[in-house]
Design a binder for this molecule. Structure first.
Ligand code: T1G
Length: 643
């Protein structure tokens, strides 16, 4: 039953059971609506505990209902009904009380949370604002500052912080139900607090609101929901409850129908579908209990850190002792960085390193379940590694390469049991970036492929299967994007104007400033490698710059100039002179024209990739672009944006 009622003396316990995350679909809303009536009429009941079965408290409105005509009872009315109930309700929160779930909890007179729980209003991450009093009741419950942080960031607060801000009344451990029933009994011995809707709220001055607006606008980079949420919060702080509710509801309904909300819902569900694609069928993944990484450079150390963050013991292999020490230092600096950012404690960082065995002897790998190669991007070097792995590892060990440009089939040539071989393309920094391109060869077995996807789930990554071609999905589209950007430069569009246009579109950086950061020589060396192997690769503007010693920030100049110690790009006369002969004056393009051309080129390449079967579906391409290449999430990715 979606909603069931039990009695513990004068306390009624209402249990919600609507898997997988107790989302507030119509049946659940109706069930709760009816429960209020039933219990208000039940003289034996003096208070009610609302608790959820499964892994979490109510995780919000049912997002799958968004495109459908709304059916009563509507959530704002249900929250009001809970608040006006004759008997006080106590929300007993475990897992995540999110969105409509936290609004329901604010309809209750009290909130009791397990210490592991969190509460949040993540609606802006779906391109909307809370639609059932989240922007109106939260400031009355916890003050405007806390409400602005909770609503405009969309990031949940852990129970302890929620308690300190008054968002919950008690944090408990152990048996949540028993604790909540006891809390309800105690509450009946004291005067009940005012319903939240009747509580006063103090509005900060206009200057404070303006500061918030500026900070949020800078963070939002074109996303509209966070700023609209701020408007709702200000209305809630300055206007009567009912006016603010009407404004919030109108804003919610308007944004729910917006393109940005459609794009963010699309990405939300694409992310949830990615780890379990249908084409895996019932292939059983191998159980990975131990892992190893060959190569302790930036990528190798990042991958080892990701494996350790997931709790796997790791063996780090490097060619000699000196390189082993460098690899360990790279890994340690990753964890030290996490301590500095407050993500890990010193003790946790120490434990991460304790789980690493390092050496240069491949015999260490004789009983390892998974080995990921992350050495220099050179075919001969990689082949030598797999030749050793083929001799040393168990026949059923999964062997993976982190190559980003080489053909995995060539790397695996001659490897015994090639069915256990697969491409696992991580993105730098590998312990942070969520994307994982999974590149099977024709010999890769369904079990090995399923193991790749299972590993992504273990590491908290977004897996996308890619076929074999130059650059797989992401780097192939990047190549097209950059080529199109260079074409615009050749036709007279200023480099800085192109970067500004893509920042206005929502990217953190434009194509040229991004290349200067990463280094122009990486792509240059690839092109030179292809030319050396006899491929006819046209000379690019970037090649001209690299040949002149301009590799980007690391050489003090690339597309832009950089003053020593200063990463801000300055238009470059040297670059203008070096490229002058390649550039002809063309029609001036608006920022929108520029963004349309570049994103269209990405979508065109995406369509070619789909036609070749390199990607299995458009949303895979969009996940790659959003999670690997900074494509603005609220645009949905190039395929979604192209419609
Ligand atoms: N509606 C419908 N389905 C949902 C859902 C939701 N709100 N949340 C999750 N699912 C599905 C998901 O698609 C997946 O399905 C399964 O549940 C497990 O999800 C008026 C309007 C709760 C932290 O934004 O953040 O309330 O793939 O893989 O990793 O103001 O899900 O198995 O078929 O993510 O354990 C606000 C969204 C809604 C929360 C659990 N709420 N959900 O994470 O599982 S707007 C949210 C999450 C709102 C009101 C407004 C996470 C989670 P399937 P999962 P998880």
């Amino acid at each position: 039953m979606t909603v069931s009622i039990q009695h513990e003396g004068e306390i009624a316990v209402v249990t919600v059971d609507n898997p997988p995350v107790n989302a507030l679909g119509q049946t659940l809303r109706q069930g709760l609506w009816d429960a209020v009536g039933t219990l208000d009429a039940d003289a034996s009941v003096r208070a009610v505990v609302l608790i959820c079965a499964g892994r979490t408290f109510i995780a919000g409105a049912d997002v799958t209902e968004f495109g459908k005509p709304p059916v009563p009872p509507h959530l704002p009315d249900l929250v009001d009904r809970l608040e006006q109930a004759v008997k006080p309700w106590v929300a007993a929160i475990h897992g995540s009380a999110l969105g409509g779930g936290f609004e329901v909890a604010m309809g209750c007179r009290f909130r009791v949370a397990l210490d592991s729980a969190s509460v949040g209003l993540p609606e802006v991450t779906l391109g909307i604002v809370p639609g059932a009093s989240g922007t109106v009741r939260t400031p009355r419950l916890a003050g405007v500052e806390a409400a602005v942080e909770l609503v405009t960031t969309g990031r949940p607060f852990k129970a302890a912080k929620a308690l300190s801000l008054g968002l919950v009344d008690a944090v408990v451990t152990g048996d949540l139900r028993a604790e909540a029933v006891a809390f309800a009994r105690t509450a009946l011995t004291q005067p009940l607090p005012q319903p939240i809707s009747a509580r006063p709220v103090t509005s900060p001055d206009a200057g404070w609101w303006e500061e918030q607006r500026k900070a949020i606008a800078k963070r939002a980079k074109g996303e509209i929901a966070p700023l609209r949420a701020l408007d709702c919060l200000r209305m809630a702080a300055e206007k009567p409850f009912s006016d603010a509710m009407a404004h919030e509801r109108a804003t919610f309904l308007e944004l729910r129908a917006s393109n940005q909300a459609a794009a963010l819902r699309y990405i939300f569900f694409a992310e949830r579908g990615a780890p379990k694609p249908a084409h895996l069928g019932d292939a059983k993944p191998r159980n990975i209990r131990s892992a190893a990484v060959i190569g302790g450079g930036t990528m190798g150390a990042g991958i080892a850190a990701a494996l350790r963050d997931a709790g796997l013991p790791v063996i780090l292999i490097e060619r000699d002792d000196e390189a082993v020490q460098r690899g360990l230092a790279n890994l340690r600096s990753i964890f030290d960085g996490a301590v500095k950012r407050g993500k890990l404690t010193e003790a946790q960082a120490g434990a991460r390193m304790d789980g690493v065995t390092a050496g240069s002897d491949y015999a260490l790998l004789s009983d390892t379940d998974l080995v990921i190669e992350a050495v220099f991007e050179d075919l001969t070097v990689k082949r030598a590694v797999f030749a050793q792995l083929g001799q040393t590892c168990r026949a059923d060990a999964i062997l993976a390469t982190n190559t980003s440009y080489l053909d995995p089939r060539l790397i695996a040539e001659g490897l015994p049991r090639p069915d256990r071989f697969i491409g696992l393309h991580f993105f730098s920094p590998a312990n942070v970036m969520k994307l994982l391109e999974i590149v099977p060869t024709p010999a890769t077995s369904p079990e090995t492929l399923a193991t790749g996807f299972a590993l992504a789930r273990t590491l908290g990554k977004i897996p996308v299967q890619a076929g074999i071609c130059d650059g797989f999905i992401g780097n192939r589209i990047l190549k097209r994007y950059r080529a199109e950007a260079e074409t615009l430069v050749r036709r007279g569009s200023p480099i800085a104007a192109i970067d500004a246009a893509m920042r206005a579109y929502g990217f953190a950086m434009g194509p040229f400033e991004a290349q200067d950061l990463g280094g122009l020589d990486i792509a240059f060396l690839q092109r030179e490698g292809a030319r050396a192997s006899g491929q006819d690769v046209a000379e690019t503007l970037g090649d001209i710059l690299v040949r002149a010693g301009r590799k980007g920030q690391k050489t003090g100049g690339g597309w832009y100039d950089y003053a020593p110690g200063d990463r801000s790009p300055k238009p470059s006369e040297s670059t203008a002179n070096l490229l002058a002969e390649q550039i002809s004056t063309g029609p001036a393009l608006t920022p929108e024209d520029i963004a349309t051309r570049l994103t269209k080129a990405m979508a065109d390449e995406g369509r070619a990739i789909l036609a070749e079967g390199i990607a299995l579906k458009p949303s895979d391409i969009d996940l790659v672009e959003v999670h690997g290449y900074g494509y603005p999430r609220w645009r949905g990715g190039p395929m979604f944006a192209a419609g």
